[in-house]
Every structure is written in C-alpha cells, then in structure tokens.
Design a protein around this ligand. Structure first.
Ligand SMILES: *[C@@H]1O[C@H](CO)[C@@H](O)[C@H](O)[C@H]1NC(C)=O
Ligand SMILES: *[C@@H]1O[C@H](CO)[C@@H](O)[C@H](O)[C@H]1NC(C)=O
Ligand SMILES: *[C@@H]1O[C@H](CO)[C@@H](O)[C@H](O)[C@H]1NC(C)=O
Ligand SMILES: *[C@@H]1O[C@H](CO)[C@@H](O)[C@H](O)[C@H]1NC(C)=O
Length: 566
C-alpha cells in the first residue's frame, strides 16, 4: 500500500481536484453546463466567486438623497437658474390637507365630465369638456393635482388626437380638443392617478431614489465580487469606487469590493427593485381597477358630430396648444413641420437612407426603431458581434445603398440586465465622437431609466446631451437630430411606483423645454401613444413604431416642395 501511494499520487490529486471543482460548481448552479465549451477554469473561477459572496446584496438600509447632492458636480450659476426654472415649471398642485382617508380621495368612477359646446361643431374648431372630480363618497373635490389624460377619437376612421388638460386647482378641469376631422368624435378621459397618489409618487422620487438598484461584477484572476452601485450611495457605510465620467462629470459609484480594486469592474446590471416602498395607507391609492388608469365617464353625451368646414373657416385655426399631430386612418399626420410620406416598401426606405449613417442612442424604445428597420428591410444585414439582443451595441448595413444603422444604449443608470463596463458610454460623449454632416442622422431616446431619480438628475443628463448636440450642429449644421419623447405605459400598483406615466410626463416636460429652439426634431411618442387606440405599453406596438419610422424618414427625405409663383 505504502508503495502504491507515490505511484498513484498524481491520480489521486487529480481526482480530489475534480471532486472539489464539481462540488464548487454545484454550489453556484448558475451556469448551465455545456460539456464541450465551458472551460473548467472558468467554472472554477465562478465557483470561487459565489463562495466568497457573503450576502446576496449589500443594500444600504437607509437612503437619503441629500447625502448625495455633493457627489455630482456643482451646477454653474446659469445652470442652477435653468434648473430652478425647469423644476418650477413642473410644480404639481398639492392637496390642501395631507393624510385624509381613501374615501375622500379622487374616485374616477364618481367623477364625470360634460361636453360644453352647443351648436354646430366644425372641423377647425375646438371641443371643450369640463371635468368635475369627486371622491369615493360622491363629494366634489376641492383641490387639483389629479393626473388626467385625454383623447378624442373616431374608431371607424382610425382617427385620434390628444386633448389639453387644464387644472383649475379646485377639483375642476377643462379639456380642449382640436377638431381635425369630420365625423362622430368620442371623448375619452382617463385618470392615471389621483392627486393623493401623485403625492406618494413625489415622495418616492425624492426619498427612495435607490428603489431601482444596480450592481457590478468585479473580477481579477480567480477572484470575483459583486457590489451595489448607483448614481449616489451613502458614503458612511463602506468605501466607494468613483466612476464619475471624466468628460461630463456624470456621477456613478459602486461600493468598493472587499478584495478587489475599483479598476477590476467587469460589468453593470440592474440589481432589482426595492420592495415595501409604501405604507398601508399609501398603497390604497394604487389599486388596479379602482384608481389607476381608470376612465372618467360622461354625465350626458360622450360624443358629438363634427361637420366639414368651408375653406375660410378651416383657416382660422389658431388653437392655443396645438397637438403635434393626430391619427387619421391609422396614419400619423403631423401638424406643422414636416409633410408625412409613406415608405410603404423596403426599397422606398433604402432609397431614402442611401448613403446615410443612422446612429441610435438610448434606451430600449429607440432600439425598437433599429429592430423595426432590420426586420422590415431585408437589405439590412445585421453584423453579429455576440452582443446581447437587448443590450447591443448593434450594427446593420446595406452595402449596396451604403447605409449604416447603429444602436448603442445610454450610460448608467441603464436598467438592462448586463452591460459590459467597457460598453457603458454616455450619449454626449458618443455625439462628440461623431463627425456629423448631411449623411448623418442621430436618433436619441433617453427617459425611462430616469423615472426613479429626482428630476435634477435628468436635467443634468440632458444638459450634457444638449451641449454635445449644439457642438455637433455647430461642426456640421446639416446633421439631422431627432429626439424621441417619453410615452405612456401599462401601469399596475407595482409598476406605478417605478415607471408611472406621472414620472415620465414630468421628465418629458423638462425634455421639451430643454431642446426648444434648437434645430432638433421631436418624435412625439407621448402623443403618438396617447392618441392611438392601442392600450398603453412601455414598448409601443408595431402600428405605432411604423408611424414613428415614417415620421423620421419624412424628415430625412422631405417632400420637395414645388415653388409657388405668386
Ligand atoms: C448538488 O446540489 C444538489 C441540490 O442542488 C444536492 O442535492 C447535491 O447533494 C449536491 N451535490 C454535491 C456533490 O454537492
Ligand atoms: C435627509 O438628510 C437631511 C440632512 O442630513 C435631512 O435634513 C433630511 O430630513 C433627511 N431626509 C430624510 C427623508 O430622512
Ligand atoms: C469622484 O470623482 C469626481 C471627479 O474625479 C470628483 O469630482 C468627485 O468629488 C469624486 N467623488 C467623491 C465622493 O470623492
Ligand atoms: C406605395 O405608395 C405609393 C405612393 O406613395 C403608391 O403609388 C403605391 O401604390 C404604394 N404601394 C403599396 C404596395 O401600397
């Protein structure tokens, strides 16, 4: 026996090692085992990672955004002035008294509207609707702040337009609809949230800025660790890694791993959603089928007939807040700006895009455009760089027509599953790296992943993008830049707390104000989703995407106007 041992020693060692590796691998049970490809070395590394991971997530218990204010760059005097102007412009009316019982909060079922117009309604005119909000015991509300959205539509004509809601701050609201087509038009009013719910959302936005949290994997040789990351982290708990972007000063931090250095960060991912955000009292204001996205009914008629107008009457269309467009026969008709063209086959699209480089930056709602083009235009060949489908970066080319399409996600706080740290690029830095010119089209969509942060975070991000857009347009004024606005989405009690349309609407107001007056076109996803008959979804359905694409292509390849002689 004794003599056997030295002889078989290498064998036993190997056996023991294999056993250890198997054991460790079993603990992780994270990766699916594919015998041919996964190297034992990599498995071992992953095993050590999970063994060393002490607790799943080291979330800060108490989070107070005010510790974090100093973590970002101080805005200049001018920036601070703009910021306070923007924040004032989105001030939301508050209830007179806080903490009243649910029965005294707004109840869409008890509330009602009435069409005000009498007499003939003509195309080019305006429909006025008065809304009275009431509480659950049928008493009129005495304060404003309910989040109401409005649509006027004619199903048989595939026609729809949004209405402008004016809050009188006394429980009454007036809604203005432009009359843009002849036929029977139906009013549709929706209370997205009661004013009481909006107060809760506002509290969450200020006090629970980490309710979506992030994580990063750090790895070096055999060691790996995962820590929590965010725009701002309480400093007291643990040392931080500072990933503040040197070009823009955009802050980003992770807790420093215990054993690894900050420069071993491999990736970035959404960590998850914090739960139990609401008190029992607050959660009453978020009930599906009761007070989230519920219709407000008419007291009386909910539709009227609109008659065609004579030519002179049509001209006197000077509404105060004209919508940016409307649907007619399912097609988006912009009001002013561009004449819509339909690019109904793929060759029309490739003809339009011939010689263009189209850069898409942002969240998944701009990736939908990339995906739509690649799916509908067979000439586009996608290059596969083993990027994750949802994350990118993606690239497609049509070498016959010399077209390049690219998609890249925006930087942190991107909520995607896993993005390599090396792929975390800020849009403004990407724009600075573009030459620009008449062959360059830039499409930007950045909103959804900011809904859980205080608004100044979004203002700061847009300020950096705006500066980069101005620099780009200054270098090459012929560059076409289109920015997509936020859109409405499906809401339930849970998603409301992270992604409510109220958050999006606030961000959207800021976005519109910040790009006003620049040579930048807005793709009004808000109106295009609100005016459409499809139920609201974070990722609008193909019917809406195709209208957006036609709108974008109409900007890239505008109708050549014949010069009129006069
Ligand atoms: C592997 O894990 C399973 C449960 O996931 C457990 O039942 C089994 O005993 C483990 N095997 C080893 C060798 O640790
Ligand atoms: C956050 O901290 C600041 C200053 O430390 C304090 O004034 C404020 O009340 C705190 N907010 C919350 C919600 O704890
Ligand atoms: C992180 O780095 C930035 C820029 O290098 C700096 O301005 C900021 O103060 C740093 N943050 C902390 C907490 O040290
Ligand atoms: C596409 O549009 C053109 C005009 O824009 C029209 O002449 C043609 O019939 C359309 N084709 C299809 C298949 O709808």
């Amino acid at each position: 026996m004794e003599r056997l041992l030295p002889k078989y020693f290498p064998f036993f060692t190997l056996l023991a090692l294999t056993g250890l590796i198997f054991l460790l691998w079993n603990i992780t049970s994270l990766e699916s085992w594919t015998c041919q490809t996964v190297s034992t070395f990599y498995q071992l590394q992953n095993s050590i990672q999970s063994v060393l991971k002490t607790s799943e997530m080291l979330l800060p218990v108490e989070f107070n955004y005010s510790y974090c204010i100093h973590l970002g760059q101080e805005p200049s005097a001018e920036e601070a002035k703009e910021e306070s102007y923007l924040l004032r412009s989105i001030t939301w009316p508050e209830p007179l008294v806080l903490g009243l019982p649910l029965r005294q909060s707004s109840d869409p079922a008890q509330s009602y509207y009435m069409i005000q117009n009498s007499g003939d309604l003509l195309v080019g005119g305006q429909l006025v609707v008065k809304v009275q909000m009431q509480n659950f015991i049928g008493q009129p509300k005495k304060h404003g702040g309910d989040f109401i959205v409005a649509r006027l539509h004619t199903p048989e004509l595939g026609a729809g337009v949004t209405g402008q809601v004016h809050d009188h701050r006394d429980g009454k609201y007036t809604v203005f609809f432009p009359l843009l087509w002849a036929g029977v038009v139906h009013v549709e009013l929706t209370m997205v949230h009661s004013s009481e719910a909006v107060m809760v959302l506002r509290r969450l936005r200020e006090e629970q800025a980490d309710r979506v949290f992030f994580k990063s994997l750090f790895r070096s040789r055999y060691l790996s660790e995962t820590t929590v990351c965010n725009l701002c982290l309480p400093v007291k708990q643990q040392p931080l890694c500072n990933y503040t972007d040197p070009q823009t000063g955009e802050p980003w931090y992770c807790y420093k791993p215990k054993m690894l250095d900050c420069d071993t960060r491999i990736n970035h991912a959404k960590g998850g959603y914090k739960k139990h955000l609401l008190t029992m009292y607050e959660s009453q204001f978020f009930q599906s089928g009761i007070n989230i996205k519920m219709p407000i009914h008419a007291a009386g008629m909910d539709n009227v007939i609109v008659l065609p107008a004579s030519k002179e009457q049509t001209k006197e269309n000077n509404l105060e807040n004209t919508p940016s467009g409307y649907y007619y026969q399912g097609l988006w008709k912009p009001l002013g700006g561009v004449t819509m063209r339909q690019f109904n086959d793929s060759s029309a699209v490739t003809q339009c895009l011939r010689g263009k480089m189209v850069y898409m930056y942002g969240d998944s709602t701009v990736r939908q455009w990339y995906e739509y083009l690649v799916a509908h235009v067979p000439e586009f060949k996608e290059l596969n760089f083993h990027s994750l489908k949802n994350v990118g970066p993606h690239m497609a080319v049509d070498s016959n027509h010399n077209i390049l399409l690219r998609y890249r996600c925006h930087g942190p706080p991107i909520r995607f599953t896993t993005v390599y740290a090396a792929e975390l690029h800020y849009i403004s830095n990407e724009l600075d790296a573009l030459r620009g010119g008449s062959d360059t089209v830039v499409l930007i969509s950045i909103w959804s992943h900011f809904s859980t942060f205080p608004v100044h975070v979004y203002i700061r991000r847009l300020r950096h993008i705006r500066r980069a857009v101005i620099r780009l347009l200054n270098r090459e004024p012929a560059t076409l830049v289109l920015i997509r606005t936020a859109n409405l989405q499906k809401l339930d009690p849970e998603s409301s707390l992270y992604n409510s349309d109220w958050f999006s609407q606030q961000l959207d107001t800021v976005l519109r104000a910040m790009f006003k007056g620049l040579n930048v076109q807005l793709v009004d996803a808000w109106e295009m989703t609100l005016a459409h008959h499809h139920p609201h979804q974070l990722h609008p359905p193909p019917d809406i995407i195709s209208n957006m694409i036609h709108f974008i292509l109409s900007h890239i390849c505008p109708v050549r106007r014949k010069k009129r002689q006069s």
